[in-house]
Design a binder for this molecule. Structure first.
Ligand code: ADP
Ligand code: MG
Length: 340
């Protein structure tokens, strides 16, 4: 008898889930990305108990056919990638076909989905990755997914979750990033029955910036108009030089519409403030970068928040110059002082 054998699909899903689904916020991120990829113009995220017992994402996107819906929960099942060539030019947020299978393997799911050109939609109920119900359902166009009791069947992972309050904060963060990178989509975030924030979806970046940063901080932001060099462009909002913060928690970077952690962009932004900020203070802001798909690799890690740039120097330069120009412009605007 050989001692090496292939893992069962369920066990393989559980292992993959370890990488994709770390906490409710990772579930929210994957589901919001799916809604964006489905061309939704309205996305509502609702959580209870930090998303641990209840997480609902409703979109008005393209929906799935009753035939496709069950397939979506299979491992490596995707509509976004077909050939090896596609992998070198990824234009959607998802592409690995793992998220739904991974999330389903560690939770209880209800999916309602309907395409605009059909009369009825479909409802699926899954537990631990298995489809227990599959029935016709009257539902609005688009997709609603309710994820309940995350990690109920994997107590080891459950133990690593923080307090509801902390988990809720992570979920809100994910939705804020999505709202910032998609001003054209109206986002609503509801926590324990209360609306945390909502964006109008009018296409103007300042609207989500205001919703996310709040009134006080927005007043200290300056606009970084789009600056292009070659095929790269950078723009956003950054803090005025006097408004440094003691940490970097309010720095948000986006590459081709995807929230990323980028040391290059961070370094470029901070370099623009050289000699303007006192030691120990950091600038805040949101900076966006677009560049041709072949100049960036997003397939570095399953969570997709890390990217590799083919030309780091070019990225640094475009972000640096964009920020520097904006800061210089701001220097030239005379301070308005109230008369004593
Ligand atoms: P990926 O996003 O990497 O393709 P997922 O497991 O997240 O993998 O989703 C599998 C497939 O299910 C997607 O490729 C898409 O066709 C479909 N899908 C998932 N969520 C939605 C949604 N909100 N609206 C429409 N289709 C969806
Ligand atoms: Mg996906």
């Amino acid at each position: 008898m050989p001692i090496i054998h292939e893992l069962s699909d369920h066990l393989a899903d559980l292992i993959a889930a370890g990488e994709v689904v770390e906490r409710p916020a990772s579930v929210a991120k994957e589901l919001v990305e799916n809604a964006i990829d489905a061309h939704a113009t309205q996305i509502t995220v609702e959580i209870e108990n930090g998303g641990i017992s209840y997480l609902r994402i409703a979109d008005n996107g393209c929906g799935m056919s009753p035939e496709d819906a069950p397939i979506a929960f299979r491992r490596h099942a995707t509509s976004k990638l077909r050939t090896e060539d596609d992998l070198s030019a990824i234009g959607t947020l998802g592409f690995r076909g793992e998220a739904l299978a991974a999330i389903a393997s560690v939770s209880r799911i209800d999916l309602f989905t309907k395409q605009a050109d059909t009369l009825a939609g479909v409802h699926l109920h899954l537990e631990a990755g298995e489809i227990l119900e599959n029935e016709e359902a009257g539902c609005p166009n688009g997709t609603t997914i309710i994820v309940r009791d995350i990690f109920y069947n994997t107590p080891a992972r459950m133990k690593f979750l923080r307090k509801d309050f902390t988990e809720a904060g992570y979920v809100v963060g994910v939705v804020q990033h999505a709202a910032l990178s998609h001003p054209e989509i109206a986002f609503t975030m509801i926590r324990d029955g209360r609306q945390v924030f909502a964006t109008p979806g009018n296409g103007k970046l300042i609207a989500p910036v205001f919703s996310v940063f709040g009134k006080e901080m927005t007043a200290n932001l300056i606009e970084v108009p789009a600056f292009s060099r070659g095929s790269l462009s950078a723009w956003g909002y950054i803090t005025k030089a006097h408004a440094g913060r003691p940490n970097r928690s309010m720095q948000h970077f986006f590459v081709n519409g995807r929230y990323v952690k980028s040391r290059v962009m961070q370094a470029a932004m901070e370099e623009a403030y050289r000699n303007k900020l006192i030691t120990g203070k950091y600038p805040s802001g949101v900076m966006f970068l677009t560049l041709p798909l072949h100049m960036v690799d997003v397939n570095v890690h399953p969570a997709k928040t890390e990217v590799k740039f083919a030309e780091e120097k070019a990225v640094f330069d475009v972000v640096y110059v964009a920020c520097k120009n904006a800061l210089e412009q701001d220097d030239n605007v005379p301070e308005i002082k109230a008369h004593a």
